[in-house]
Design a protein around this ligand. Structure first.
Ligand code: FES
Ligand code: FES
Length: 198
């Protein structure tokens, strides 16, 4: 823990890494002088904060309170509802997006922590009319039933394919461990990812 203050996300809190209660997006650690941010960090909130980030290749600026998750900002402020709020606690992967190319459960990240980063949602995965190979394979192999988990599944699968992590059935299953499908469509999903990886 730093000498003065730390930034915490909801994920940090659940992991037990955060030792103090959330106040805005910057919290004082033990012994820190109250109300003063350490060098290199700025205190934000508790009122609305301007958040500028790249969203699906375009610059986006929104104003949200520091308590707002990236998922809620995307769905309720920006109007992109592809990422789904299912468990809202990091357990299902339905809200998966990419932040700087890495998969993130957007229900577990504060929108203010996305400032200056590149956010990609399912709405930004295709290049115009050209679907990502994982999207094409999902269609070909009928890798969905109700479709509620599908946006998050595809974002995780596309990341693993792009990053060369879909080496075999076992590695695909490992990479998908954080994405749950209540309809049990897993065999079709695994087959789709295997084909996209080829
Ligand atoms: S809604 Fe985010 S992990 Fe389930
Ligand atoms: S297709 Fe229904 S939850 Fe996965």
């Amino acid at each position: 823990m730093s000498d003065d203050k730390i930034r915490v996300s909801r994920r940090d809190i659940l992991r037990g890494a955060g030792a103090a209660a959330l106040v805005g997006a910057t919290v004082p650690a033990q012994g820190a002088p109250a109300g003063k941010a350490p060098a290199g960090l700025s205190r934000v909130g508790p009122g609305p904060v301007e958040c500028a980030f790249e969203l699906n290749g375009k610059q986006k600026k929104i104003t949200v309170e520091p308590r707002v998750t990236l998922l809620d900002a995307l769905r309720d402020r920006v109007g992109l509802t592809g990422a789904k709020r299912i468990c809202d606690r990091g357990a299902c992967g339905g809200c998966t997006v990419w932040v700087d190319g890495q998969i993130v459960n957007s229900c577990m990240m504060l929108a203010v922590d996305a400032r200056g980063k590149k956010v990609t949602t399912i709405e930004g995965l295709a290049q115009g009319d050209k679907l990502h190979p994982v999207q094409q394979a999902f269609v070909k192999h009928d890798a969905l039933q109700c479709g509620f988990c599908t946006p998050g599944m595809i974002m995780t699968c596309a990341a693993m394919v792009d990053q060369g992590k879909a080496k075999d059935r076992a590695s695909i299953q490992h990479e998908l461990a954080g994405n749950l499908c209540r309809c049990g469509t897993y065999p079709h999903i695994f087959t789709a990812v295997e084909e996209a990886a080829r």
